[in-house]
Write a protein that binds this ligand. Structure first.
Ligand SMILES: *[C@@H]1O[C@H](CO)[C@@H](O)[C@H](O)[C@H]1NC(C)=O
Ligand SMILES: *[C@@H]1O[C@H](CO)[C@@H](O)[C@H](O)[C@H]1NC(C)=O
Ligand SMILES: CC(=O)N[C@H]1CO[C@H](CO)[C@@H](O)[C@@H]1O
Length: 382
């Protein structure tokens, strides 16, 4: 961590406000010595993660799936090499865990049969998985949101046998953080693939966003029903800007595919309203709190002012083949670009570790435009 922190410091010298954030991160003692030993006080007792390849930390290694990344050069900057994370290094959830003072959270598949401790949280995320069951089906096995929530049910049974005092378990669940980051695949591996999926011939973008949100809400309420109270739900990213979409040549040079970004914005506006509705309508006690993580806004900000964040390549993967290095995603043993930390995108679909860290910092201690109605640092105090 300390090496990373130094390189981050020098990278951010152009942006004094970010520099302050990074320095205060260091002051918090978030480094290899403190975080990760599992004994330091954390801001939440545990973190449970539901998501897709942006945050999958190895679940798909155990599935019969084309969406896997447990090979070099994935993990080239990760201590220990390839793990199944779709990045050169850490995911934004890894960084959020560090900022919160939590030890690394195991992948769900690694917790089965007592393989890893579940007490500080579990990550259920699965590459190619989406809100809808069918999403990503052409890539093979994956775990949808519904399946991930079901899998949490299994963890909960185990937690019940560990924490036999009902009150202690209830308090643990109510204080734990739930991170949900899903929906990207319902676009790129469903709605935007009309030759493989029917959704775009049945629904216009508004109706599709409504279907997604209605399913999403049901699953979220299911998690609430199991006792969770603190949720952060991530926006869908500006998918029209990823190398995979740029490689299709549907945008003028130097621009993103605006109709794809419009779809993501439609979804995100509704997601933000959903957060308001869930926060205002719920009278149960303890009152649940939902936070909207505006990864879309942060992403667009970084793509519009890359130099301020230390990036100079915003439209091309660091690893991958063809136009924008986005026609074929990062291949086994492919030699990636040299300046990984100056690239926003690692492969055709996923950002680099350098980018992921900024997103995590903004979720942890960003303003209302990053994290609405407030950031994770505040959420931890409730
Ligand atoms: C969070 O942000 C506020 C306002 O920008 C700043 O004053 C504070 O030091 C930051 N805290 C941490 C822990 O980074
Ligand atoms: C994040 O929330 C904390 C705690 O409420 C607050 O002190 C801080 O200013 C917020 N960060 C920003 C950048 O607004
Ligand atoms: C789990 C869930 O909510 N599934 C629903 C998703 O949306 C479709 C269309 O509205 C419903 O038919 C499913 O039951």
């Amino acid at each position: 961590m300390s090496v990373l922190r130094l390189s981050v410091l020098s990278r951010f010298t152009m942006s004094s406000s970010l520099l302050i954030v990074v320095v205060s991160w260091a002051a918090l003692g978030v480094n290899g010595d403190v975080a990760g030993d599992g004994t330091s006080p954390a801001l939440f007792p545990a973190m449970f993660v539901f998501g897709d390849s942006l945050v999958d930390n190895g679940n798909n290694n155990y599935l019969n799936s084309l969406a896997r990344s447990n090979y070099f050069p994935y993990g080239i900057d990760f201590n220990g090499g390839p793990t199944g994370r779709f990045s050169n290094g850490k995911t934004f959830v890894d960084f959020i865990g560090e900022l919160l003072g939590l030890p690394p959270i195991p992948a769900y598949m690694e917790t089965l049969n007592g393989g890893a401790s579940i007490l500080r949280g579990v990550n259920y995320a699965s590459a190619a998985g989406g809100i809808l069951e069918e999403t990503g089906r052409h890539l093979g096995e994956r775990m949808s949101m519904g399946r991930q929530v079901m899998n949490f049910g299994r963890t909960l049974m185990e937690l019940r046998s560990t924490m036999t005092e009902e009150e202690a378990l209830n308090e643990y669940l109510a204080k734990s953080l739930v991170v949900v980051s899903l929906g990207n695949n319902d676009y790129i591996n469903n709605y935007l693939k009309p030759s493989l999926y029917l959704t775009s011939s049945i629904y216009d973008p508004t109706a599709f966003a409504d279907i997604l949100l209605s399913n999403f809400t049901n699953h979220l309420l299911e998690l609430k029903g199991k006792g969770f109270r603190k949720f952060v739900v991530g926006a869908v990213g500006p998918l029209g800007c990823i190398p995979d979409q740029l490689a299709a040549g549907k945008a003028p040079p130097g621009e993103c595919v605006s109709e794809v970004n419009d779809m993501a914005e439609l979804f995100n506006l509704r997601l933000r309203s959903l957060v308001d509705r869930l926060n205002n309508d719920d009278e149960t006690s303890p009152r649940p709190v939902f936070v909207y993580g505006n990864t879309y806004g942060a992403f667009v900000d970084i793509l519009s002012h890359p130099l301020a964040y230390g990036f100079d390549v915003t439209d091309t993967g660091c690893c991958g083949v063809g136009r924008n290095r986005g026609e074929i995603t990062c291949l086994p043993l492919e030699v990636p670009c040299a300046m990984r930390e100056r690239h926003v995108f690692w492969d055709a679909f996923h950002p680099t570790e350098a980018f992921n860290m900024i997103i995590a910092l903004r979720a942890f201690n960003g303003s209302q435009s990053d994290c609405y109605p407030f950031n994770l640092s505040r959420l931890s105090l409730l």
